[in-house]
Design a protein around this ligand. Structure first.
Ligand SMILES: [Zn+2]
Length: 379
């Protein structure tokens, strides 16, 4: 384990990540410089969590807080005639992939002496950080959209965090959190690069669970892009350590109704491109203003993958099909199933390739909404 080095993509400043910061003095987000990565002999094989890869994480000490996050199942299932590996990030301690990044981020914040924290979230990240703050014994306040699914709000409140409901758009929620900067530390998982330091272990796990092999394709629902960035970071580290010689194509899946990366992709741009954001049932990826657009676009291009948008009426059939395979996920995660169908049918992905689909959130997170979508009555 080592101390990370912050790298500002805007002003070029570099400095040790040994203090509580959520952005650079110049106002830009910060990234972590490339990590030294991992070789397979450094894996702590007896540790059934992401901490089996602790040797590769930019932390100074063993974790002070863990709920056993990571080492989630990779389950093969048939889909449109192809065998697909579904990565069940939905089986994390709080039911979403966020725990992977949040556990590493929170342990970093504890190392640099952060006390009370606050964060804005559409739901799953709030539930995750509230849970880890509870486990760490630090006060936590979460700003959430007033329209967030009740189950997610209950989960945040049950962890003992203060819940602040904010009417309006997702951006209004972020503004409310920024207005509280003087009250507590803004532990934004969307700004903090240590969140991506955690999500990079997704790459390690897929590689290890496939028998130390890299798949041809990985699809993941994408709002801010932390899984895309984590996957690129993890595979890059493995490649630099000589553990792999090829990299998977990465596909960012977005809801067509709110698709910032699709807008940038269509324009061939590495910056924010204005688009019309409409409501989507995939609330977890309804992100009008992602923080790291240039980084995510670069990762997708380098991987030779791309952005796939899914229409609202494609989500429920995919959700139902996943459910019938024993994969009960929330609508946000089902977008990846809908995109998989599209990519298989248009030949972008073939049955002979190795494909991993990341299922980001558990169905019980949004059981009421799923019932409405699938026309399941109250009985
Ligand atoms: Zn800067």
């Amino acid at each position: 384990m080592t101390v990370g080095i912050y790298l500002c993509p805007a002003c070029g400043r570099e400095f040790a990540a040994d203090r509580p910061l959520w952005r650079c003095d110049c106002g830009s987000h910060l990234n972590l410089s490339p990590g030294r990565g991992l070789s397979r002999r450094e894996i702590s094989a007896g540790e059934a969590s992401l901490w089996r890869y602790a040797a590769a994480l930019a932390l100074s000490n063993p974790p002070r807080v863990s709920l056993g996050e990571g080492w989630t199942p990779l389950v093969p299932r048939g889909w449109e005639g192809a065998e697909i590996h579904f990565k069940l990030e939905s089986q994390m301690p709080t039911g979403s992939f966020k725990d992977r990044g949040m556990a590493v981020m929170l342990n970093h914040l504890l190392e640099v002496g952060v006390g009370p924290i606050h964060e804005d979230s559409s739901g799953n990240a709030g539930a995750s950080i509230a849970t880890y703050a509870a486990a760490a014994g630090i006060p936590c306040r979460i700003y959430v959209p007033a329209a967030a699914p009740r189950g997610k709000l209950v989960q945040i409140a049950a962890a003992g965090a203060e819940v602040r409901l904010v009417p309006g758009t997702r951006q209004d929620v972020t503004e409310a959190a920024l207005a509280a900067l003087g009250e507590s530390f803004y532990a934004s998982h969307n700004w903090q690069p240590f969140f991506v330091e955690g999500t990079k272990t997704l790459a390690y796990e897929v590689w290890e669970q496939l028998g130390f092999r890299v798949p041809d394709n990985i699809l993941t629902p994408t709002g801010y892009g932390s899984n895309i960035l984590g996957l690129e970071r993890g595979f890059d580290e493995l490649e630099r350590n000589g553990e792999i010689t090829a990299r998977p194509r990465l596909f960012a899946i977005q809801a067509a109704n709110c698709a910032a990366f699709a807008a940038a992709w269509a324009a061939g741009a590495d910056r924010f491109v204005p688009f019309e954001a409409r409501p989507t049932v995939a609330d977890g990826i309804a992100t009008p203003h992602p923080v790291r657009i240039a980084e995510v676009m670069g990762a997708l291009r380098r991987s030779k993958g791309g952005v796939v948008t899914v229409a609202e009426d494609e989500i429920a059939p995919a959700l139902a099909a996943l459910g019938r395979l024993g994969l009960f996920v929330e609508p946000t995660a089902a977008t990846a199933g809908a995109a998989l169908t599209r990519l298989l049918r248009d030949g972008t992905i073939t049955a002979g390739q190795s494909t991993v689909v990341v299922l980001t959130g558990f169905g019980l997170k949004a059981a009421d909404r799923i019932g409405d979508l699938l026309g399941i009555g109250a009985g």
